[in-house]
Design a binder for this molecule. Structure first.
Ligand code: ADP
Ligand code: MG
Length: 230
């Protein structure tokens, strides 16, 4: 069994539902057990800016598959969500990437692991730190030490979709345990880093942030997931 980390993203259709169903579908494969999922995050798109914000999350799995077989499975699940490749880094119903595969370093034509873009992507680093604040690259570099190098604007505009933000936005406490003083979550679900602390993002989609029903389901599923295959 290898512990691997999958990045999930969507900005077409019912994105939260795409992510939720993708996790469930992955968990149904014999060779995969999803052991943890991060919160859902609303994030600024990389690449073309004339597209919706993304919903992103990461999932930690135990897998008996090889990395290439796992990639095939991810493509199957993407296809079942009618994923179409429209343009590079463009809109998609579902994007599933292998971020880490144990401590393996893979550099083949169709698969690079760790995913080469990890160091540039707040929407990968922050959710993974939420699950494990001591996560490190195979070469030993801690993910938490990469926060200061992340694009400031991406961090500023990122929103963690909180379980009950629609009910009590001011009282919710979302703390990133031990992730280092450079990064924290505010009560409203915004993420701040370093000198950005306290500055609220401006263009995140409030409607999405407060549409908490699927988010609630996601959190419930996360609780159920811990320790068993469901
Ligand atoms: P992106 O995720 O960069 O937007 P795609 O999802 O369209 O791009 O993937 C394009 C190709 O990237 C895939 O067909 C796959 O062969 C390749 N690829 C290379 N490394 C990885 C990885 N770590 N995880 C997922 N796909 C990868
Ligand atoms: Mg991809």
């Amino acid at each position: 069994m290898v512990k691997a980390v999958i990045g999930l993203g969507s900005n077409l259709g019912d994105s939260k539902r795409h992510l939720m169903n993708a996790v469930k579908e992955l968990n149904r494969y014999d060779g995969i057990r999803v052991t943890d999922i991060s919160s859902l995050y609303l994030t600024k798109p990389v690449g073309p800016q004339d597209q919706n914000y993304f919903i992103n999350a990461v999932a930690v799995i135990d897998t008996g598959y090889s990395a290439h077989d796992l990639l095939d499975v991810l493509h199957q699940v993407e296809n079942s969500h009618h994923r179409r490749r429209i343009r590079h880094w463009g809109e998609r119903t579902l994007d599933l990437d292998i971020l880490f595969f144990g401590n393996e370093v893979i550099d083949t034509e169709d698969l690079q692991v760790p995913h080469p873009e990890i160091v540039n992507r707040a929407f990968v680093i922050i959710p993974l730190l939420e699950i494990d604040s001591s996560y490190a690259m195979p070469d030993g570099r801690y993910l938490r030490d990469m926060i200061p190098g992340l694009p400031e604007d991406d961090l500023r505009q990122m929103r963690r979709l909180s379980y009950d933000c629609a009910k009590k936005p001011d009282t919710l406490k979302l703390k990133l345990k031990n992730a280092g003083k450079n990064c924290s979550f505010s009560a409203s679900g915004s993420v701040s880093a370093g000198e950005n602390s306290g500055r609220a993002g401006h263009s995140a989609n409030r409607e999405l942030v407060c549409d908490y029903l699927t988010v609630k389901e996601w959190f419930r599923y996360r609780t159920v997931l811990k320790g068993r295959k469901v």
